[in-house]
Every structure is written in C-alpha cells, then in structure tokens.
Design a protein around this ligand. Structure first.
Ligand code: PMP
Length: 373
C-alpha cells in the first residue's frame, strides 16, 4: 500500500530540508560546537519558573478561554496602548509567536494573494503564505540587509495583500532603521495593504531603539513573543495584536484549531511581564561584540544590531558546502543561508550560547576562513 498517495499536495511544502540533513549529520557527532540553534541559552528566571509551578499546583490545568486569560490580555493591552497607534487595537494570546503567524496568515490570505517577503526571511513565512494559497513576492535586501522603499513600491501589484516584516531580523541580526520602518508602514497605509510585523526579538536591540511599523500605521498587525525574551520557547506562548475585526476573526480560528494557548504558562507570563531581563540582553550584546571582534578580518559580515544572529558571506563555496565542511571537518554546526533565502551565499551563526561555546566557535570559524578545502 502506497500510503504516500494519500498525502495532500500542500504537504510537499514541508518536505525534507537542508537544515534537517545538517542536523542528521550532526546527531552522530560527539563534542560538537553548536551555533545553529536560535534560542536563548539562559535558564528561565526563577520567579517565572515558580509562577508556572504555582499555576499548575493551583489547578490552572484545564482549558482557558480561546483568546487567553483576561488578566494577561489586559496587562498586554496596557503596554500596547502606550506604545502603538490604533484605538481599536485588540490582543490575543497564541501558541507561540508561530501560532500568531499561523492565525494572522490564515485570517488574511486568500488564494492568489501576493505577499511581500524581504529576502532573507524567517523560514516559516513563505511556507505559511503558500499553505493558504498565497504567492510570496521576494524583495532582495542584500548586501546590507536594508529595506529599499522604492524596490518595495515597484513590487506592489493590485494583488498585493500583505507585507511581512521582521526586525530585529532572523537570520541577519539586523535591526531596521526607524526611517525604513516608517517608509514601509506609510506606504502600506497609503496603498491599503496589510502589514504583519514579527517582533519576537523586540527586546534584543543593542545599538538603537526598537521601531515598529505600528508606531506609524494603526492597522499594523503585530506578532509578539515570549519565547526569546524569557527563555521559554518550549512553553509555546506568544501573542498578536492589531485591529479588532481582524483579531476577532483570529480568535475564531484559534477556537477551532489550537483551542487555547497552554493555560498554566499564561499565568506565568503575567509574572514574566514584571521581570527585568536586561542582564541577559546585556550578555548577548557583549557576545555580539566578541563575535564581531573575533571575525573581523576573516569574514564579510554586516554588523548585527539585534536578535542573536549573524549572517556572514561564505568565504568560499556555497552556504550548503561551507556548512557541510564546517560540520565534517570541525564539528561546528551552522545553518546555510539558502534555508532563508533565494540565494545560498551566506550562513547563519546563532550566538545565544555559553562563553566556552562562543570562544571555541569563533576559533573554528577563523580556521574555516583560513583553510578552504
Ligand atoms: N518568528 C521568528 C523571526 C523566529 O525566529 C521564531 C523562532 N525561531 C518565531 C517567530 C517562532 O517563535 P515561537 O517559538 O514563539 O513560536
């Protein structure tokens, strides 16, 4: 029986990836240096851990209402109102920022709609766009990873429904300037196009303040996060805010799909909002400096200004061949740029790691640059 023939065509969007191949190779290696994983290395602050345990012990283990507990929504609403434009902004709690992205794309994209993605992009975006029958339109941001409003304007057609923007950016680590963000936000507003702003790395801006398109455009839909800010990616919580009619429809979709976000952890996030993570952010700012210093003279690298990634040009070969060689020869795990892009000329380093791993990683990267195969 060929069970594969039952598979829907859309499952082909989620076929084997280069990244999976790299991780398979890596799983056989002991003593590897892993700069591939995009999650914080620090422990969850103890106050937040205690709040989660307490919520479980207090019996908060049944479903919550779909949109998330009112206490957490209200705490977020207050922060959002102070910061973002839009009087009818509403917020719901989601299953990770991923859940926010799924709900937003499900709520907005009709078959045939065009969706603007800036290349390189976070891997999930084009899959989600295609899942709902949309057509990604890629805008190249190489070599400096900046957004050119003229290129954006030229890419718009009557079919353009949505622009997805992600700053601080995965995979480049670049924080968009307030001018770039404002230009995108206002262009979208003038043209009546929706914007989805993925702000999961908002807390990680090292050299300049964070800017959201939602500071200029009241219709901006914002996917927010907890995973990276508090070191809780396994708790699967995030949130999304935007114009009430759109958020209301997302709540309906959540009711019929995810049902509700993990209930006890929602209570823990209420505590998390009060926790100061500045020391962790400062630690990653230092690690960013250390990485930049270590790779200077070895790599062509746009200095990252946020998140915890760097995206250098490969010194030789393609992203894939470079990353495979790094793994085979040095047991160093990286991610090839082609995973995030229409071109495979760069590679991603995730530096959310301990001091020893980072120092060893930098040494190995220098050897790699100096010793082509
Ligand atoms: N957006 C971006 C840009 C990300 O890098 C990630 C996580 N790698 C997500 C969304 C998903 O986050 P979460 O774990 O909260 O679902």
């Amino acid at each position: 029986m060929m069970v594969e023939r039952w598979l829907a065509q859309r499952t082909e969007l989620f076929g084997h990836s280069v990244i999976e191949h790299i991780f398979e190779l890596a799983s056989t290696l002991e003593d590897r240096v892993d700069l591939s994983i995009g999650q914080p290395h620090f422990e969850v602050p103890s106050k937040i851990q205690e709040a989660a345990i307490e919520a479980i012990r207090a019996g908060r283990n049944r479903y919550s209402i779909s949109q998330g507990i009112e206490e957490l929504r209200e705490a977020l609403r207050q922060k959002i109102r102070q910061e973002y434009q839009g009087d009818d902004r509403e917020v719901i709690i989601t299953c990770g920022t991923s859940g926010a992205l799924v709900l937003a794309t499900a709520a907005l994209i009709n078959p045939g709609d065009e969706v603007i993605l800036f290349d390189p992009w976070f891997v999930v975006y084009d899959r989600l766009v295609k899942l709902f029958g949309g057509q990604p339109v890629y805008i190249n941001t190489y070599p400096r990873f900046t957004i050119d409003p003229e290129k954006l304007a030229a890419a718009l057609t009557p079919k353009t429904k949505l622009i997805i923007i992600n700053s601080p950016n995965n995979p480049t680590g670049v924080v968009a300037s307030s001018e770039e963000v404002e230009a995108v936000a206002k262009l979208a507003m003038r043209q009546g196009i929706a914007i989805l702003s993925d702000e999961i790395y908002k807390a990680y801006c090292y050299d300049q303040p964070f800017t959201s398109p939602g500071y200029f455009n009241p219709w901006t839909i914002v996917a927010g996060g907890f995973s990276k800010t508090y070191g809780v990616p396994g708790w699967r919580l995030g949130f999304v805010h935007g114009p009430k009619p759109i958020i209301d429809r997302m709540i309906r979709i959540q009711q019929y799909t995810f049902v509700c976000p993990p209930h006890p952890f929602q209570w823990a996030m209420l505590t998390a909002l009060e926790v100061d993570v500045a020391s962790h952010i400062a630690d990653y700012a230092r690690k960013r400096d250390q990485l930049l210093q270590g790779l200077r003279d070895y790599y062509d690298l746009v200095p990252p200004t946020g998140a915890f990634y760097a995206f250098p040009h490969v010194p030789w070969g393609t992203g894939k061949s470079f990353v495979e060689h790094a793994l085979r020869r040095y047991r160093l795990l990286l991610v090839p740029g082609g995973v995030f892009s229409q071109q495979d000329t760069h590679f991603r380093i995730a530096y959310a790691v301990d001091e020893t791993t980072l120092s060893r990683g930098i040494e190995l990267l220098r050897s790699l640059a100096e010793n082509p195969p």
